[in-house]
Design a binder for this molecule. Structure first.
Ligand SMILES: *Cc1c(COP(=O)(O)O)cnc(C)c1O
Length: 731
């Protein structure tokens, strides 16, 4: 660089220094940090990371916590060193433009009827980013992706959830591989939340009467792009010490805690909307946890408009959409009559119905006194539109609930399906985004719902795709090694163990990832049934294979915990040491690294118990291939060329036989399809057949299994008709 150019650069920087005071710069960063929009914009994420990469990691990628540790002067100094002024200004302007853009969006055109009457989307958990720990797993991540896409599409939608100040647990394994749970208090000041205020500008709160006293909740507001997420929190003065902890933990406590949480979410959520001055055109109940909500809306309609209970119910159901996620009968929330009466008694008085009538709404057979109150049943009865989350799950759900409509044949059971999807900008790695930018055209990120964009995937140059994938894989292995050595240090293991962890895994070996909740039906232990054969695959000197596992078991699930222990203990077996590893504390961060870097994503649930599954969809975007049982989403995604199928989509009536057969099928597909295809290299050293499968997978699946497509489906088939617009039927 010449003297003159040098001087020019310095001059530009001097101008920036004087134009923007440290405080102004700091304020801009704070306003970026206060809307979770930043979390799906890698260029904004890197702004925060660049301020202090080490603290950024240590603080769970929380920009508010990071800024709180830095003075405006220090931030300005770091930003000056990094020449970040322009980037900060640009990001800030982009957020402002985005927030102002509402009327030029897809939603502005296609969801106009919702403009003054938005969708109210209820969910017990929201997984938006690892720094906001109010989710436990798939359901939460789905809700997070749903509202991010609603924001991106400009669909008028507000979201309602609970604020858990201890969230879900942190997982560590002890020396034996047994799961330990640790609950940490989240610092409210470090979260992008503020007190929600009503039309008068005052913070709102809600009260809910039970037979046993009144429950209070305050309401937080979180900005997720254009979507406002309201979170109810029972940790308020006026509640008993026990009730102040009611919303501390996700899915913690006994049945009574559970029904009280669900009362706060459903009934409290509707009251919060009322206090906020919001009149929804459509209520979307994401899973049964919030299914008390329509009862409170019925009360509003009866008291506001003088309707009878039956008329109000019909009217409210017309505006209500219910999504079921659970294909196992035992997985549905149920409460006994005493708990229902204690918590819904006062509301029932307002509705003018008897205890038996109320119980009947939660029963398949209303008169059957032996039947408990089921949240899915009331959800189905109080909604005019109901859906499952994949095509196969639709069939399973219609069969499971057929006896609610005994006069109908199974095909006419009114439960359709809208298959889940993932939020592409949140799950695609930046290098892959850049590759897409080059081949799919500028602005592809804003046209995610257009299939034409995705046809251009076939023009991607194979070598370029492979290189990009490889860079991501290296990044994953680095991440895993860092985590493994940290795990060893935490367990006070010796330096040899730490050293071994640092050199675990081989960057050129076929890398298979498996990360999910360790619910037993997901069968993380399936490969253990063929352990010796798998050991041979792993140790093949020419064509080695390695596995990365991660996932939490529910604290009460000893079966799931024993799977974790068995897998973690494999590191003691020389055949598996450094080749089968377990990464602790699966969360959105771990999930992002794994789905962005693996060659193959393994999914082997016991069919048909996986309603949809979404982690495999994240893999597609990053060039990984799915190898899965034909269950959930994969049953409708697999075309014979875009990944691998384990088995042929059948199951035996005897689970043991099914498991044995699937273990055999798993081994066969790995040994005879996955491994040979991966290691079949052409003259340039590229696995051309494999790369073609990567391209086929992106081209045929990325758009179909995106949450933009999913939200568009909900708008067309559910939200708009529910709000009184033109009707179109669900598949
Ligand atoms: C995507 C995701 C899930 C959902 O994965 P499944 O395929 O449904 O098992 C769960 N947890 C986290 C952290 C995720 O990112």
């Amino acid at each position: 660089m010449s003297q003159v150019e040098d001087g020019t650069v310095a001059a530009i920087e001097r101008v920036n220094w004087t134009e923007i005071t440290p405080q102004a710069l700091y304020n801009k960063l704070q306003s970026l940090a206060s809307n979770l929009w930043w979390s799906w914009h890698p260029e904004v994420v890197s702004l925060f990371r660049d301020l202090d990469p080490v603290r950024w990691r240590q603080l769970d990628h929380n920009p508010i916590a990071l800024l709180a540790e830095m003075s405006p002067e220090l931030v300005a100094e770091r930003a000056g060193e990094m020449v970040m002024y322009t980037r900060i200004n640009q990001a800030h302007r982009r957020l402002k433009d985005y927030m102002a853009d509402v009327h030029q969006t897809w939603g502005g055109i296609h969801a106009g009827v919702l403009g003054s009457k938005p969708v109210a989307y209820f969910s017990a958990e929201f997984g938006i980013h690892e720094s906001v720990p109010i989710y436990s797993g798939g359901l939460g991540v789905l809700s997070g992706d749903h509202i991010k896409s609603a924001s991106g599409l400009g669909v008028p939608l507000v979201a309602i959830g609970l604020f858990y100040d201890q969230g879900y647990f942190k997982q560590h394994l002890n020396g034996e591989g047994y799961q330990q749970e640790e609950y940490l208090d989240t610092k409210v000041d470090n979260l992008p939340m503020e007190a929600a205020t009503g039309p008068d500008g005052k913070p709102i709160s809600v009260t809910i009467d039970t037979r046993d006293g009144t429950l209070l909740a305050k309401v937080w507001l979180m900005h997720v792009g254009r979507v406002k997420l309201y979170l109810l929190d029972c940790d308020v003065e006026g509640n008993s010490p026990q009730d102040r902890e009611l919303t501390s933990r996700l899915y913690g406590g006994d049945r009574r805690t559970r029904i009280r949480q669900e009362l706060v979410l459903g009934v409290g959520g509707v009251k919060a909307l009322r206090a906020l001055g919001i009149t929804p055109g459509c209520y979307h109940l994401n899973e049964g946890h919030s299914a008390f909500a329509p009862l409170e809306v019925i009360r509003e309609r009866m008291e506001g408009d003088g309707l009878s209970f039956d008329d109000a119910l019909r009217d409210v159901a017309q505006h209500t959409v219910f999504t079921t996620h659970t294909p196992v009968p035992a997985g549905h929330d149920r409460f006994d009559a005493a708990l229902v009466e204690e918590h819904l008694g006062p509301l029932r008085d307002h509705l003018g119905i008897s205890h038996e009538q109320l119980m009947g709404l939660g029963r398949v057979e209303p008169q059957n006194e032996h039947e408990t109150f089921c949240m899915t049943v009331i959800g189905l009865k109080l909604s005019r539109r109901a859906n499952a989350v994949s095509s196969l799950h639709g069939h399973v759900s219609r069969r499971m609930w057929a006896h609610l409509w005994p006069w109908r044949v199974e095909e006419e059971i009114p439960i359709g399906h809208i298959t889940n999807g993932v939020h592409i900008p949140s799950w695609i790695a930046q290098p892959m985004q850049q590759l897409f930018e080059r081949h799919l055209g500028q602005g592809w990120r804003l046209r995610l719902e257009e299939p034409e964009v995705w046809n251009k995937v076939y023009t991607i140059e194979p070598g370029e795709l492979w290189e990009t994938h490889h860079a991501l894989k290296s990044r994953l292995l680095e991440f895993v090694r860092r985590r493994l050595s940290r795990q060893c240090r935490r367990r006070n293991e010796d330096e040899t163990a730490v050293e071994a962890a640092r050199s675990a895994l081989d960057p050129s070996a076929l890398t298979i990832g498996f990360a999910r909740r360790f619910a037993t039906y997901k069968r993380a232990d399936l490969f253990l049934r063929k352990l010796d054969e798998i050991a041979e695959l792993i140790n093949d000197p020419e064509r080695p294979v390695q596995f990365i596992f991660s996932g939490k078991a529910h604290p009460a699930d000893e079966g799931g915990k024993s799977f974790i222990k068995k897998i973690a203990q494999l590191r003691r077996d020389p055949r598996f040491a450094g080749r089968v590893v377990f990464v602790e504390d699966y969360d959105i961060n771990v999930g992002r690294h794994l789905t962005q870097g693996v060659d193959v994503w393994l999914n082997n649930p016991r069919r048909p118990l996986e309603a949809s599954g979404t982690s495999g969809m994240k893999v597609i975007l990053n060039g990984g291939l799915n190898c899965s049982i034909l269950d959930g989403w994969w049953a409708e995604a697999y075309n014979g060329r875009n990944g691998f199928a384990i088995g042929n989509g059948t199951q035996h009536v005897d689970d043991n036989i099914t498991d044995e057969r699937d273990a055999e099928n798993l081994y066969n597909v790995l040994a005879y399809e996955v491994v040979p295809t991966f290691y079949d290299r052409d003259a340039d050293g590229l696995p051309s057949k494999w790369i073609n499968m990567m391209i086929e997978s992106i081209a045929t699946l990325a758009e179909r299994f995106s949450s933009h497509r999913m939200v568009v489906d909900y708008v067309r088939h559910c939200y708009v008709p529910a709000a009184g617009g033109l009707s179109s039927d669900m598949p």
